[in-house]
Design a protein around this ligand. Structure first.
Ligand SMILES: *[C@@H]1O[C@H](CO)[C@@H](O)[C@H](O)[C@H]1NC(C)=O
Ligand SMILES: *[C@@H]1O[C@H](CO)[C@@H](O)[C@H](O)[C@H]1NC(C)=O
Ligand SMILES: *[C@@H]1O[C@H](CO)[C@@H](O)[C@H](O)[C@H]1NC(C)=O
Ligand SMILES: *[C@@H]1O[C@H](CO)[C@@H](O)[C@H](O)[C@H]1NC(C)=O
Ligand SMILES: *[C@@H]1O[C@H](CO)[C@@H](O)[C@H](O)[C@H]1NC(C)=O
Length: 429
């Protein structure tokens, strides 16, 4: 049964997008969303360009205001009862975006290349009440939007929102990007942790199929040890736009992340990709050294990896005895020796140069053991998390972040995970 399970894990994190049926609690999920497309020429608005300082972008966006990686978004305040967005030519046609007014539930719409979408109007529930803030997130990791302009009602304006006081970065593959979850990035554990903590900006730098090691894995030409330093991801969308010359990510654009979660290696671990234990270990070390070089004060949490389960006779077993379990733990240990902390090394991913900082450091690398959180039905038949599996990881990590780093929970009620209100209202059975 080991070879069968090895075959099954070949499916892990294959970066392809095919039209398929989304099941939600065993039911086919409706995927017809409100049509919000309007004709720009037939309306009058007060219009702001994509680089307006009132708009705060979340996650990675390039200099053309094109979004990359998983669950990138934007936020702003506005006056009046109208918000419309014109999407540029680099928008993936039909990409599903989630958007909401302040703390109301997420709404969804498919947006069109070059189209203008009216997202808030006087008939939108909540548009007459306060606060009037707006947030948008792209749900799919492979697709993206380009912001061309943001419109409000004539004579009204955009308002810059105060920054969230905390920041989290996620570095991962499909398991972190939300692949195969019902709202993809917006049902993933990374989004769930960032949004669930409240008052936190989060950036999910994760892409399906990508390895830690810098090599082609499942069609991703580069590994995270390289790509994390760049704005765009390893999708064909990115290569169509930038070839092999993506924009470097400008780390000075945003405040440093306080916490960084590194969950990468399930693709390296797959025999198909031929990544050796040594190559994986080197890449993971360099990723951590790279984060420490860019953000010297970030606390970095390395997650142990998980795969799936297979059934043998009357029990479910982990489908592989370990996915670099020893390596991940040893990397964590190597950052916590006296020798290392007295003379920590940083890695500059842009030039592939490794240099000594010479400054001693306090321990900044932590290990989070995921073993035992998921059971077989928290992983879908395609070896990715179910929505519930994601919620379990996010919840466990939320409590861990509180206990380990003293972060108070600051979310106050608005939904995090959409379409998860399953309850029993049979009072009289
Ligand atoms: C926005 O872009 C325009 C056109 O490139 C430029 O003139 C303007 O200064 C920019 N505004 C900001 C706030 O960067
Ligand atoms: C999109 O393409 C059209 C046609 O080539 C062009 O007129 C328009 O300026 C482009 N818009 C953006 C935002 O690049
Ligand atoms: C809207 O997005 C969903 C989710 O990606 C997709 O299944 C559906 O086909 C899209 N609809 C349109 C009209 O593009
Ligand atoms: C992995 O190595 C084997 C044996 O050396 C080789 O046949 C195969 O093509 C390699 N696969 C990849 C993806 O490089
Ligand atoms: C992770 O947790 C599992 C289950 O409790 C345990 O067997 C394993 O030894 C732990 N790994 C490490 C490195 O602590």
């Amino acid at each position: 049964m080991l070879s069968l399970s090895t075959l099954l894990i070949l499916w892990l994190t294959v970066a392809c997008r095919v039209s398929s049926t989304i099941l939600q609690n065993g039911q086919v999920k409706p995927t017809s969303y409100a049509n919000t497309l309007v004709s720009l020429s037939s309306r009058s608005f007060t219009t702001y360009p994509a680089n307006a300082t009132e708009i705060s972008y979340q996650g990675r966006w390039d200099s053309k205001h094109v979004s990359w990686w998983s669950a990138p978004g934007l936020r702003f305040g506005y006056t009046g009862q109208t918000v419309a967005i014109s999407f540029g030519n680099w928008t993936s046609n039909g990409v599903l975006v989630a958007y909401r007014i302040a703390g109301l539930d997420w709404m969804f719409t498919n947006v069109t290349t070059g189209g203008t979408h009216l997202l808030v109007s006087p008939t939108t529930p909540g548009s007459a009440s306060y606060p009037r803030t707006f947030e948008l997130r792209v749900t799919n990791w492979a697709l993206g939007v380009q912001i061309d302009a943001v419109h409000v009602a004539p004579g009204e304006k955009l308002v810059k929102l105060p920054q969230n006081s905390r920041r989290i970065e996620f570095i991962g593959d499909s398991l972190t990007s939300g692949m195969f979850q019902s709202y993809e990035g917006l049902s993933g554990w990374a989004y769930g942790l960032g949004a669930g903590l409240g008052n936190t900006d989060y950036s999910v730098t994760a892409y399906p199929g990508v390895c830690a090691a810098d090599q082609n894995c499942w069609g991703n030409p580069r590994g995270q040890v390289h790509q994390w330093f760049y704005t765009s991801d390893t999708s064909s969308r990115a290569y169509a736009m930038y070839g092999d010359k993506p924009e470097p990510w400008d780390f000075s654009k945003r405040p440093d992340a306080d916490l960084v979660f590194v969950c990468i290696g399930t693709n390296d671990c797959n025999a198909v990709n031929n990544v050796t234990s040594q190559a994986y270990t080197d890449a993971l070390i360099k990723i951590i050294q790279g984060v420490h070089g860019k953000w010297p004060n970030s606390q970095i949490v390395v997650l142990s990896l998980w795969l799936g389960f297979y059934k043998y006779q009357n029990w479910w077993y982990p489908s592989a005895p370990s996915c670099f379990e020893k390596e991940v733990y040893q990397v964590y240990q190597s950052f916590n020796t006296e020798a290392y902390l007295q003379n920590p090394t940083i890695y500059d991913g842009m030039t592939k140069k490794t240099s000594q900082t010479g400054n001693s450091a306090k321990p900044f690398v932590h290990y989070f053991n995921t073993t035992g959180i998921m059971q077989h039905n928290d992983i879908n038949p395609g070896y990715h998390l179910t929505d519930v599996g994601s919620i379990k990881i996010a919840s466990q990590l939320q409590q861990y972040v509180k206990l380990q780093f003293g972060w108070e929970f600051q979310a106050t009620g608005p939904e995090v995970y959409h379409d998860t209100t399953y309850w029993n209202d049979e009072a009289t059975y």
